[in-house]
Design a binder for this molecule. Structure first.
Ligand code: FUL
Length: 498
């Protein structure tokens, strides 16, 4: 008779335990409900590889080939491979130069328009095989990827579609087979390749040629899953539409790919600015050379530091990645003058941006999503995460007039550059913004995107408060980072930011 008593007490203990577990999990669920969810994204969004690319900010280009030995920019295709003889070629020296410039990706012209291949391709003898360099047994692409990999710098490759040497050019099936065969060599032999450049350039009076872009793009993605494909029209990175390194002062990462085609001069204005209504995420890359030409010429010298900084503000500071070309010379080295300039350029950028004067301020905002939650508070724009932590105002029916303000904690702050960044992982949103210093408007702009840099036309200002007003946005704005910086290299009397 004792048995049922025992089992009933076991049963009641079981019920109590169950109750406790359930009430705890209920508590847990309630806790979670107190946390406000992030706002919905606004499509289109960047891919994982596009986000990684955007965060690189500055990448480098090396134009190297038979033109280097010929004082030429566009080879005819009739150059003898014998002229290619970089007797002191040292890709470690190239990689050191890139490291001094602080870049994380460098792109090499494996084949330019002249058709000469820097690697021993099995499909042509117009390559290093026919050159005296290393008795025809060298491979520049191999030496390039190995040296950069050893310094943790990623590689990219340029394979010119326009080929002035190969007789298959102009015969669609044959040339596309050739081109695809070379793509396979480059993307299968040399490890991870992070960017491939499809140049739309083609001179006048060239044979008619249909490129099988769809086949090329599919092959590239099949062979390299984290690569970004560059061309005038993407699919991952678009050309900015000029070779000065300048993006439009309005620059959307969004665009309609259906309006684009490769090698079509009429789209340059559209790709320079992007399109707020664009259904594709296709950010712009600003290519420019440190010298006048893309290839090395004895008579040319590197641009001044002030010119490089101007380019930086109009590329990286306008929501783009800067692709800076630095050509190796005919001995196979990056000239010392260019290495020096790269070091100066990096030092200047570090000097300007390594200290953020906004950290001496308290952050305030017109409103905040999820009041009481720390997830969307204004202070988030001052942390080191420039993508996934952000300030965002509360949602409301009619948008406009949202602001975030920084108030100096210990006396006036002195600056001449304002940096604003959007949390682009949830879509690019801001259409118009204004900057106020102690109540006076000192700058205004349109798009922000990953990074917007304003050099103040007024020059240096000393202020107690700085306010960013979001005048118009596609939806609720998300600011991921904010900075007030001092640029000692800039004199607004010399240049006006347009
Ligand atoms: C252009 C080419 O024609 C130039 O030679 C250079 O390679 C530049 C980056 O792209 O379209």
């Amino acid at each position: 008779m004792a048995e049922p008593i025992i089992s009933s007490s076991i049963f009641s203990i079981f019920i109590m335990l169950l109750h406790l577990i359930l009430s705890r999990s209920e508590l847990h669920i309630n806790d979670q409900l107190k946390v406000t969810t992030p706002p919905l994204p606004i499509l289109p969004l960047p891919s994982y590889s596009q986000l990684k690319w955007q965060q690189r900010e500055i990448i480098m280009f090396h134009h190297f080939g038979v033109n280097t030995f010929n004082d030429s920019e566009w080879g005819t295709g009739r150059e003898s491979p014998h002229i290619f003889n970089p007797t002191r070629l040292d890709t470690n020296q190239w990689a050191d130069a890139a490291a001094h410039a602080g870049v994380s990706l460098v792109i090499l012209t494996a084949k330019h328009h002249d058709g000469f291949c820097l690697w021993p391709s099995r499909y042509t003898d117009h390559s290093v095989i026919g050159s005296p360099w290393k008795h025809g047994r060298g491979d520049v692409v191999r030496e390039f990827v190995d040296a950069f990999k050893a310094r943790n710098i990623d590689s990219g490759l340029y394979l010119s579609p326009w080929d002035r040497h190969d007789p298959r050019y102009g015969h669609a099936n044959k040339y596309n087979e050739y081109y695809l065969a070379q793509l396979q060599e480059l993307l299968m032999r040399y490890g991870s390749v992070k960017e491939i450049w499809f140049d739309g350039a083609k001179g006048p009076n060239t044979p008619n040629m249909t490129y099988y872009f769809k086949d090329w793009f599919s092959m590239v993605k099949e062979l390299q899953s984290t690569i970004n494909i560059f061309s005038d029209a993407g699919p991952d990175v678009r050309w900015v539409g000029d070779e000065k390194g300048f993006a439009g002062s309005t620059c959307w990462s969004t665009i309609n790919r259906t309006s684009l085609s490769i090698g079509n001069a009429s789209i340059v204005d559209y790709i320079n600015k992007g399109d707020p209504k664009g259904t594709d995420w296709l950010p712009a890359e600003c290519d420019v050379s440190i010298r006048t030409g893309w290839f090395w010429h004895k008579s040319q010298s590197p641009k001044k530091l002030s010119e490089l900084l101007e380019i930086y503000y109009k590329s990286v500071g306008r929501n783009c990645v800067l692709l800076l070309n630095v050509p190796p010379n005919s001995t196979g080295l990056i000239p010392e003058s260019d290495v020096r300039r790269l070091k100066q350029f990096r030092q200047a950028i570090d000097t300007i941006f390594s200290s953020n004067l906004a950290l001496k301020c308290s952050a305030h905002a017109s409103s905040q999503r999820g009041v009481g939650s720390s997830d969307y508070k204004p202070e988030n724009v001052l942390d080191d995460d420039h993508l996934w932590t952000y300030w965002t105002p509360s949602e409301k029916e009619i948008r406009g007039g949202d602001w975030i303000e920084f108030r100096a904690l210990t006396g006036k702050i002195k600056f001449n550059v304002v940096r604003i960044q959007e949390a682009i992982g949830l879509g690019q949103r801001i259409k118009k913004h204004e900057i106020y210093v102690d109540g006076e408007m000192v700058a205004k702009g349109t798009t922000v995107g990953y990074k917007k840099l304003h050099r103040l036309e007024k020059g240096i200002v000393e202020a107690l408060s700085v306010r960013i007003k979001i005048v118009e946005a596609k939806g609720v704005p998300l600011i991921s980072s904010f900075g007030l910086h001092f640029d000692p290299f800039w004199n607004p009397k010399e240049e006006v930011d347009t």
